[in-house]
Ligand binder design. Structure first.
Ligand code: ADP
Ligand code: MG
Length: 703
């Protein structure tokens, strides 16, 4: 077969990775660059010139004509501006291909049209992109040809972060410094660097492109704003892990191939719970690389879907009535010599370093629960968090039986003497092996679950960047480490102080631990008793971004200045208002121009039928009944439409920011639901031929 993929051969083929650098760069330049990557020193221009030249030569061999600084402004997606490598024509009318060190290190896109939340006046358009040399450059092939993409950070003229990458790198620096302090206390003198690792599992839906194009809601908002449930949803659980259909399999094959070429470790793929829903997970990578790669994954899913006559929906809730999509953010902290600080070992009760790390994480998550919740807030995620879908909006931590037991021993007696063991799972079949069980079962409902040697933060939305949650995790854990080190570094008796600190943290933050069913109503009540925040929506979550303790922790570790935080608050409120405004206007458009006219036409057909049936001297009560039913709902829809138009107009008069966002949330959004209700009922009655757009059934089951 000609289309067999040799993974080992193609993996990383389009990445300017270590192997390429080592083989192409002069020894000294390579060493300087490595030092810069590992130790974060600055690169001089002469060295940068050599690197840029080699990078260009390599990219041109791959067919590249352009380069771009690839950055992550506060739009939630990535941005790029392409420059070709050509220089000014020479006397002979020909051009040379040029790329200087200066162009590699620094770009200067006009920043005036990106959200800055007041950080930069429009007339101060200057923004800078700076090369993040810890995330390798790569060549991307698409309809535009081949482009050398250079991962960069994006700052304003005055140095404020206008992107997600800058604070992410700052937070990685913070957790690195504080983790090293902690490791030194435990006698580790070899580790030079500590890096958070992240593996994000990406969920998505695939629908047929032709059907997608017939739905204005999908085109403008990425989700369906109307739509009755088909006779079948996800109740049979037959899609989850089911055999992957051929059309989808072909798509996945191409996605994997493209991702492998650019060095993304696409590893796992399967069907998800909802019909037409799937998942892709890479092998975990260093935090900033994982964030970049997740953007690449999302873009690749979209691009390849189009090539297969499909559309990839990354929205958190494309369809009401079936599961939405999220992104599980698996997070751990690892030293450069490969030791995972979250690895409990076989006997966690004896592993005091682990117990300190663990209780620090508990403290961090408990102290900053609202902030962590906020980091997963986006308009689409409001349909999941706190809306009876995975996971609840209350932050709690799942530890599992074994660790909970160890912590209970510590809380009761000040130390732990044993760890529960997993035992053996007997299959009861002679020919099957008995399996050694993990010490702890899985929990699927916890928003923040310990899963063996990492924490899995499950709140993140499928469309959202994973930068924010990781910025928060890195920083709040850095704070907890720092506070612990402050105490322990001064202690006369280290062992005593350590054991007291672990006991103190475990006792004080026990309330954040919850191993039960996070979806149950009991938990909502219980959490309230424990004083845990239950923040149901994005607009209610945003204030956590400018809470006093948030400002304090971010300023202390130089991740965000207060001004940067306030700008983000503004951007988030604006973003929420804009998204709901687009949704409301799309509903108004669809209802006025497509749905109501179609129903009116349908009532005419019904009325004609009634007349004809009556004229034939037959009982027309069924026809009359249907006509009445449709007319009543039509009236309800028309009134709801008028009400939605009114409140959407009113929203435009509100002051931008919190007030407007809240108006959209608490007034416009309910008006949208009030319009949807009668329309969805009508869809169930009206002749399918007369309905102006593909149904849920068409979209989810006919891909
Ligand atoms: P699940 O059963 O929840 O799908 P997996 O073990 O398949 O969990 O892992 C899911 C994700 O977690 C993958 O992206 C994987 O690479 C990542 N992962 C595994 N170990 C770690 C770790 N130590 N740190 C961060 N991420 C990890
Ligand atoms: Mg998982």
């Amino acid at each position: 077969m000609s289309d067999v993929i040799n993974v080992a051969e193609i993996f990383g083929e389009d990445v300017f990775n270590d192997t390429v650098m080592q083989s192409r760069l002069p020894k000294k330049v390579y060493k300087d660059l490595k030092r810069m990557i590992q130790e974060g020193q600055e690169l001089d221009l002469a060295t940068a010139d050599v690197i840029a030249h080699e990078m260009k030569e390599w990219a041109i061999e791959k067919g590249a004509t352009h380069y771009t600084h690839w950055f992550q402004p506060l739009t939630g997606v990535t941005a790029e501006k392409h420059d070709s490598f050509i220089s000014a024509p020479m006397e002979n009318g020909k051009v040379l291909m040029n790329f200087s060190g200066k162009e590699l290190i620094k770009g200067e896109p006009d920043a005036s049209s990106f959200p800055s939340g007041g950080l930069r006046a429009t007339f101060e358009a200057r923004g800078y992109t700076a090369w993040d040399c810890t995330s390798p450059a790569f060549v991307r092939h698409d309809a535009a040809g081949a482009t050398l993409c250079i991962p960069t950070a994006f700052c304003s003229y005055t140095g404020e972060a206008l992107d997600q990458k800058t604070p992410l790198l700052r937070s990685m620096q913070a957790i690195n410094e504080q983790s090293l302090r902690l490791l030194r206390l435990f006698g580790n003198t070899t580790a030079k660097k500590v890096i958070p690792s992240v593996g994000p599992e990406q969920e998505y839906f695939l629908v047929d492109a032709e059907k997608f194009m017939q739905r204005k809601d999908l085109i403008y908002t990425g989700r369906t704003l109307f739509g009755a449930m088909p006779p079948k949803g996800q109740e049979l659980d037959d899609h989850y892990f089911g055999t992957i259909r051929q059309r989808i399999a072909g798509f996945m094959k191409n996605v994997n191939e493209e991702l492998w070429r650019v060095g993304v470790t696409a590893k796992t793929q399967h069907n998800e719970v909802a019909p037409a829903q799937h998942e892709l997970a890479p092998i975990y990578a260093e935090c900033n690389v994982a964030v970049d790669h997740n953007h690449l994954v999302m873009q690749t899913l979209k691009r390849v879907a189009c090539q297969h006559g499909m559309k990839c929906l990354l929205h958190e809730k494309p369809f009401a009535g079936v599961n939405g999509s999220g992104k599980h953010n698996n997070w751990s902290i690892t030293t450069d010599d490969g030791k995972n600080l979250l690895d409990p070992g076989k006997t966690p009760h004896e592993n005091l370093q682990f117990l300190l790390v663990l209780t620090c994480v508990l403290k961090a998550v408990d102290d900053h629960a609202a902030l962590l919740r906020e980091s997963a807030a986006d308009p689409g995620n409001d349909h999941r968090l706190g809306a009876n879908e995975a996971p609840p909006a209350i932050i709690s931590v799942f530890l599992g039986e074994q660790l909970e037991d160890v912590l209970e021993q510590i809380i009761e007696t000040g130390s732990a003497t044993h760890s529960l063991k997993g035992g053996v799972l007997e299959t009861g079949v002679d020919t099957l092996p008995d399996l050694v069980k993990d010490a702890t079962d899985r929990n699927r409902t916890s928003p923040f679950a310990f899963t063996g040697n990492k924490f899995e933060f499950r709140m993140v939305g499928s469309r959202d960047s994973i930068a924010s949650p990781n910025i928060v995790l890195n920083t709040i854990v850095a704070e907890a480490f720092s506070e612990a080190c402050d105490v322990l570094e001064k202690a006369d008796d280290f062992d005593k102080a350590l054991s007291e600190l672990i006991t103190k943290y475990a006792t004080e933050h026990k309330k954040i631990i919850f191993n039960g069913d996070g979806y149950s109503d009991n938990w909502v009540e219980e959490a309230e008793k424990r004083g845990l925040p239950n923040i149901k929506s994005m607009v209610e979550a945003i204030p956590a971004l400018e809470a006093e303790k948030t400002i304090k922790v971010f300023e202390q570790f130089h991740v965000f200045t207060e001004a940067e935080l306030r700008s983000r608050v503004e951007i988030k409120y604006e973003n929420y208002a804009k998204v709901i405004n687009i949704e409301a206007k799309t509903m108004i458009d669809m209802a006025s121009k497509q749905i109501i006219p179609a129903i009116i036409k349908y009532t005419k057909t019904l009325a004609d039928t009634v007349v004809a049936v009556k004229a034939a001297g037959v009982d027309a009560s069924v026809q009359v009944e249907t006509l009445t039913e449709v007319s009543v709902l039509l009236k309800e829809a028309k009134e709801a439409l008028a009400a939605l138009i009114k409140v959407t107009d009113e929203a435009a008069t509100k002051e931008e920011g919190e007030e407007q966002a809240k108006f959209f949330k608490f007034t416009v959004f309910p008006a949208m639901e009030a319009l949807r209700a009668p329309v969805d009922k009508l869809e169930m009655i009206v002749d399918k031929e007369a309905w102006p757009m593909p149904s849920y059934g068409d979209l989810m089951f006919e891909v």
